[in-house]
Write a protein that binds this ligand. Structure first.
Ligand code: HBI
Ligand code: FE
Length: 289
């Protein structure tokens, strides 16, 4: 991930927020949203967790055009007390955690250009709003996101941000959930990506392993390709409960003595739902974070 600058750029507030300036989007920007939306909306209904679709509906995230963050925040505030605020791009970890701890989701306001339709480095408004915001209308997931922000603020003092970032990565960004005997998508990085929405559920290549907090905090991840392992939670309630019940300071200390786990490694204690062939990652040579 690109590293954000420590201080906000000139003319930007200390909390890094800016106006969305909705009026400045061009017709091309709005049609890019529509194109991305149509592509995902047609394939997600039988792949994504139903709460995601409910979120799109109640927040009226739809076509045509990029949503107005003010209107979105008003609807979200009524449901779960969250807001969506605009930022210029990646913000420093501390700023990010502070917003989440206060139930503000920071969203990029720019939208990708046609040549970036399938891959971009910084989160744009489609990833942030389409990918992340629908589940913020779910009370349990909304509480999990706040708990993550609070945990992030505490992790800073403990030198454990990298551990916690892995939790975010393998849940909020790339998580799978079990529902009625099948797997469903919920991670924003998956649901906002056309190709990964298929790959994560259907491709024989990646491992699909049951969520285990401690294991996952040791697991490295890739930022430049599909994931090599996906982790499955039983429910959002369980994810929230485990996060709230865990005393993270001793956990971080215990993890200090343990080695990192490469993203393609399966351990003897893992509950493996699907043992991947890893064929995809063998075809692509990339780096690990
Ligand atoms: N900033 N805008 C933005 N969006 C993110 O998702 C984000 C960020 N800064 C830091 C960050 N994510 C993560 O590295 C933290 O979860 C650790
Ligand atoms: Fe994201």
């Amino acid at each position: 991930m690109t590293h954000a600058q420590p201080a906000p750029p000139e003319g930007i507030a200390n909390d890094w927020t800016i106006g969305q300036d909705w009026a400045s989007y061009s017709p091309q920007d709005h049609s890019m949203w529509d194109r991305l939306f149509a592509r995902q909306a047609s394939m997600l209904p039988d792949r994504v967790v139903p709460e995601f679709i409910d979120g799109l509906d109640v927040l009226r995230i739809a076509r045509p055009g990029i949503p107005d963050f003010g209107e979105l925040s008003e609807r979200l505030m009524k449901r779960t007390g969250w807001q969506v605020v605009a930022v210029p791009g990646l913000v420093p970890d501390k700023v990010f955690f502070e917003h989440l701890a206060n139930r503000r989701f920071v969203a990029g306001r720019f939208i990708r250009t046609p040549d970036q339709i399938d891959y971009l480095e910084e989160p744009d408004v489609f990833h942030d709003v389409f990918g992340h915001v629908p589940l913020l209308a779910n009370p349990v997931f909304a509480d999990y996101m706040q708990a993550y922000g609070e945990g992030g603020l505490r992790a800073q003092g403990l030198g454990a941000i990298d551990r916690l970032a892995r939790l975010y990565w393998y849940t909020v960004e790339f998580g799978l959930i079990r529902r009625d005997g099948a797997l469903r998508l919920y991670g924003a990085g998956i649901v906002s990506s056309h190709a990964e929405s298929c790959f994560a559920l259907d491709d024989p290549s990646p491992h699909r392993i049951d969520f285990n907090l401690q294991r996952l905090m040791r697991t490295q991840y890739r930022i430049d390709d599909f994931q090599q392992s996906y982790f499955i939670v039983d429910s959002f309630e369980d994810l929230l409960k485990q996060t709230l019940d865990t005393d993270f300071a001793p956990l971080y200390r215990a993890l200090e003595g343990q080695s990192d786990i490469a993203p393609d490694v399966v351990l003897p204690d893992d509950h493996v739902h699907h043992l991947g062939t890893q064929a995809h990652s063998r075809r692509t040579a990339t780096s690990i974070t």
